[in-house]
Design a binder for this molecule. Structure first.
Ligand code: GAL
Length: 684
């Protein structure tokens, strides 16, 4: 992945804008659009994302007239374009002419056109037709002065991540042959001696289609890997065409965070020139800003610490949640600036003008149905001006002393069926630990387990159920070299084939942690246990024996009274902690506070509860973001200049309820940037 230093980032501005869909509007509206864009300070719009049917209304017949006029108009008003390859959703004629391009569910049901993304990701017909479109669009607009970057497809895999049709089955077999070379290796990896599943011919193998009972877990895991790779193959194929024809950077919008677990983005980062992400709040969650921070920290980790682009979020409500709660006054700005705090060098939304028709007509936009005389558009204009005032921090990096290991394969593995408890989900402990750090004012990079951990003071390992030998050894080396690590329950259980690591749990980390668990004791729904330090916990307990670790807390009740629940093992020059139960939030906060103290990690600033503090650094300067999520004013001992107001503060910063300050700091000692900075995460 390239970063700001070697030309991955076009221009010097912080980007501000939205998806712009001029094809939904009569051209008379476009003039008002560009005038309002200028008023709002918009400098980048994503154009053409869902316009395949407009650009190629019939097989091989192209109509670029409207797009020519739209791009010329945007350029005439100084607005840059992130031009889509327009392959996100095929036009209805494709399915009519080639019904085999339609995706199928595991139960065989066909997913028909009429929504979006109705194509099988492995379809050679889709691939051919989509690349013909990319070729046509790129040839026509490669030299258009408005185009600053290229946007491959849109949220690849959002609705069609897993296809079970015959075309996909054939592609899955090809992928498996590549991976295993011979059937014996596949049979061994899939453990097919179990339940008479042995394969004697590649042709017998299918995707894990609807079956009488649990499908083979390794077959499921490989299908998830294959499916991520198939989506990635579309990105790579489009990128290859673009790289032949255009000079601008190429990206696509990832769905890290709220978008779920379908795609292994750590392996995708190598295929984009700059990482871009879409993030939507879970409106029902009053603490949704924690989910936002988690997604942003993960996006930065995928980007190897480099600046990234927030390609989509919403100005207010979305249309696709059960209750589409609107953003309160000021929330749009807090959300956007929280992404910038955590490394975004551009803030874009879906979409510019709220649609009049179609499934997303109740989705918010920069220009609402009610027009520009609205709370939303006023806030949009204010934010545009503020992002211009923050231009000096473009290219700077986020400070983080803590790493949290995250891996999509572990996520896939832990959420397969027939496990000890349905209550063990991947993001549960990840969010709990990240939330505890957020409350402590400490920023973490979310990185792949293969990332070089040197330089991090503390490494957290939540629910890393599946781990490769090399990655487990890397954590051991990190601790022995003086690092502090915490591993949570149901980590290190299986290898990459989903085979149990024998000899007592958690096999991969047993020696590092100085413990050996002989049996899991998951709890009943709603059952709670108490620890002898007063903490409460639920979901999980286990019969753990220390084999060198010091016991910090044990169960006072529940199925295992007296058995250790929290341990610490001095290993080499460092320490490896283990927590064998699901602590409540207060106990998690206390545990994280102990770990931070032991590892010598300080918050970005001492701040009252509910006030988010994050630091960015670059060129010998530092900027502190202070985001007040509470309904009370907050005071912090900070010295510097607020870039948003121009006001100076000398050791006493007041941030009003719901407000944000971005302080260019005076007198903060020169520190490291994010230890992960500049290192592309290696992929597995
Ligand atoms: C995204 C998608 C956009 C729009 C948006 C609505 O997933 O990329 O096209 O649908 O959601 O929130």
């Amino acid at each position: 992945m390239r970063d700001a230093q070697d030309g991955g980032w076009p221009g010097e501005a912080i980007f501000y804008g939205a998806d712009y869909n001029p094809e939904q509007w009569p051209e008379e509206v476009w003039a008002e659009d560009v005038a309002l864009m200028r008023r709002a300070g918009v400098n980048l719009v994503s154009v053409g994302i869902f316009s395949w049917a407009q650009l190629e209304p019939a097989f091989d017949r192209y109509d670029f007239g409207w797009l020519d006029r739209a791009l010329d108009l945007l350029h005439a008003h100084g607005i840059g374009v992130d031009l889509a390859t327009a392959t996100a959703s095929p036009p209805p004629w494709l399915a009519r002419a080639y019904p085999e391009t339609l995706p199928r569910r595991a139960d065989g049901a066909i997913l028909w056109p009429g929504g979006r993304q109705a194509y099988c990701p492995s379809s050679p017909v889709f691939r051919r037709r989509s690349l013909a479109l990319v070729e046509a669009v790129a040839t026509r607009y490669a030299a258009h002065p408005a185009v600053l970057m290229w946007h491959v497809s849109n949220e690849l895999g959002c609705h069609n991540a897993h296809c079970y049709c015959d075309v996909s089955a054939a592609a899955f077999r090809r992928w498996l042959r590549e991976r295993y070379r011979d059937l014996d290796a596949l049979n061994a990896a899939w453990g097919t001696t179990f339940w008479s599943q042995r394969y004697g011919d590649w042709a017998e193998i299918n995707p894990p289609r609807a079956a009488p009972t649990f499908a083979n877990p390794t077959q499921q895991l490989d299908f998830l890997r294959f499916s991520s790779d198939e989506q990635r193959a579309q990105l790579r194929a489009e990128r290859r065409v673009l790289k032949r024809l255009v000079r601008q950077p190429v990206t696509t919008n990832f769905m890290i965070g709220a978008g779920g677990k379908h795609l292994d983005y750590h392996s995708w980062a190598a295929d984009v020139d700059l990482v871009a992400n879409d993030h939507y709040l879970t409106a029902a969650d009053p603490q949704a800003h924690l989910g936002l921070a988690l997604a942003a920290d993960h996006t930065r980790g995928v980007a190897g610490g480099a600046p990234w682009l927030l390609m989509e979020h919403s100005t207010s409500a979305v249309n696709w949640q059960p209750r589409n709660v609107a953003k309160t006054p000021g929330q749009l700005r807090r959300n956007s600036l929280a992404h910038v705090a955590r490394g975004a060098d551009g803030v874009l939304f879906f979409q510019w003008r709220a649609s009049r028709a179609g499934a997303e007509k109740f989705h918010s936009a920069l220009v609402p149905h009610a027009g520009p005389e609205t709370k939303v558009f006023r806030e949009v204009c204010r934010l545009g001006a503020e992002l211009r005032a923050l231009a000096e921090l473009r290219g700077s990096r986020v400070d983080a002393d803590v790493a949290i290991l995250v891996d999509y394969e572990a996520w896939w593995g832990v959420e397969l069926d027939s496990h000890p408890s349905v209550d063990v989900t991947y993001t549960d402990r990840l969010a709990a630990l990240h939330g505890a750090l957020w409350r402590a004012g400490v920023t973490a990079d979310l990185v792949h387990p293969s990332t070089d951990l040197t330089g991090y003071r503390l490494v957290l390992v939540p629910t890393l159920y599946l781990v490769r030998d090399a990655d487990a050894e890397a954590l051991t080396r990190y601790v022995h070299g003086g690092g502090t690590a915490l591993v949570t329950y149901f980590s290190g259980i299986v290898d990459e084939h989903d085979h149990i690591r024998l000899g007592g749990y958690p096999g991969a980390y047993r020696d590092l942690l100085g413990i050996r668990t002989e049996e899991f004791f998951p709890l009943r729904a709603g059952e709670r246990v108490t620890l002898d330090d007063g903490s409460t916990a639920d979901v999980w307990t286990e019969w753990l024996h220390p084999t060198g670790a010091q016991v910090l807390a044990s169960y006072a009740d529940g199925p295992l009274p007296g058995v250790p629940a929290l341990t610490r093992h001095a290993a080499g020059a460092g320490a490896a902690w283990y927590v064998g139960t699901r602590l409540d939030d207060a106990a998690t906060d206390r545990l994280v506070a102990r770990l931070l103290a032991e590892a010598g990690v300080r918050p970005a600033a001492d701040a009252p509860p509910g006030v988010e503090v994050v630091r960015r650094r670059g060129d010998g300067r530092s900027w502190l973001f202070v985001i007040n999520h509470t309904d009370r004013p907050a005071r912090l001992a900070v010295t510097g200049t607020d870039l948003l107001t121009g006001a100076d503060c000398a050791g006493d910063l007041l941030v009003k309820a719901g407000e944000v300050a971005v302080i260019r700091e005076a007198g903060v000692e020169e520190g490291r940037c994010s230890p992960g900075s500049g290192r592309a995460p290696s992929s597995s």
